[in-house]
Design a protein around this ligand. Sequence first.
Ligand code: SF4
Length: 503
Amino acid sequence: MAKYKPSNENQMVMLPISLQDQLVPGTLEHTINRLVDENIDLSVFDERYKNDLTGAAAIHPKILLKVILLAYAKGMISSRQIERACHENIIFIALSYGYAPDHSTIASFISSMQSEISSIFSDILVVCEELKLLGGTHFSLDGVKLSANVSKEWSGTIDELKHKRDKLQEKLQRVIAEHAQADKHPQVEIERQQKRERRFQLQVERLNEFLKDREPKLGSEGKEIQSNAVDNESAKMTTSHGVLQGYNAQALVDSKHQVILAAEAFASQDHENLKPMLDSAKKNLVSIGKTPDYFEGKELTADSNYHSLNSLKVCKDEKVDAYIPDIQFRQRDPRFADQERFKDKKKADAKSSPFSAADFSYDESKRVYRCPNGKELKCYARNQVNRHRTYDLYHARAEDCAACPLRSRCLSKSDASRRYLSIQVDTGQPNLIDLMKAKIDSEQGKKIYARRLAIVEPVFANICVHKHMDRFTLRSKRKVDVQWGLFALVHNIGKIHIFGALI
Ligand code: SF4
């Protein structure tokens, strides 16, 4: 007959555990522990604690920072998840010295880090520089649009939100009336009605509070854009997966080991963010001892979302060797001629397209253009600036076009009264858009721009996929910036961990 040792789970066992031994050299937690202890100036946190004379002792910021950095590196964003890890996971227990901070302590520490995050970011950049992880020759800029911790349901112009508030108010009145008649209903039904009533009441209160003395939010063109009653600093953004209410998280990356030099979240489109990102990177680099002209003569690549006259002017002023293509650069590239999505639609539709400017001839003596039907087009406006270029504008006489047999080929719309013609004017000034086109179409330009993909895209894959940062869990730009900055910090610490021989 088989004989087994007794299995008794009703017994107490005391296990000796050395917390220090849990942080094994060569692991990420060991790197984080050493960096926070030895390389980050934690005195920046002293200001926020005023408990030297009264009040209980606080958990040391180094503990909170270590725990948060490891949690973010493991894709744990929720403060409740982090709190649980500090109770259950021996590595987190070791990093927190067994203190197990609660979720509210963790959440308030993160959301109030705005003034300290840049100092910590610079401290980590110093380590990157000491370990020679910064190449300083080529930089790439990119961004990802991430949902904010709000719903699109709370977005709209001020009038739309007022309308929504009034609708909710009506609904609330209806629910209250129904509730008054529901006294004879079972208790469970009454409770359900009360819950609905409370929900509508809260929604109305939220909108009332938001709309009190609220001015319309204006976009970059001075027109009203949608506000959001929960996080009014977030914005509606279009992505390849649809529209979201959120922020555009940007990162400027050094090419050598993909170290992030600047990270910030904006509620604006990519092409508006090149200057603030360059400024932010310069500020971080100056804080580690570099000169303000650090980017002069260096290569900068960014995708066509950054292509705008303003972005190119910024690069010119900063003397940056920029490679930022326009959206049609693939269509001009013979290497992509066979690919359906990059086929030049204009060429394909050339037969059916209306007459172009090349079909009109200039009559020097009369200073008019002559159309394929021999009629004159007179100039009605000169030197009109349209985004990037200057044009002279001509039009034909409505009577000529009305009776013209070539109407259907000449006018883009069948009900158009006459033909208009825009002729680009040579202003003698170098056009930055055309110069960039020529630069990006050159063999050298293509070679340099091709590096962008391998430099910056893996950074976003690491943060958004590997570390599960697929939406912000905080509200307001200030807090979202901290969260994005912490992920950039964790990314850079990962680089130190992998490439840093000293740690
Ligand atoms: S539609 Fe007007 S501009 Fe065009 S070809 Fe006819 S007359 Fe000329």
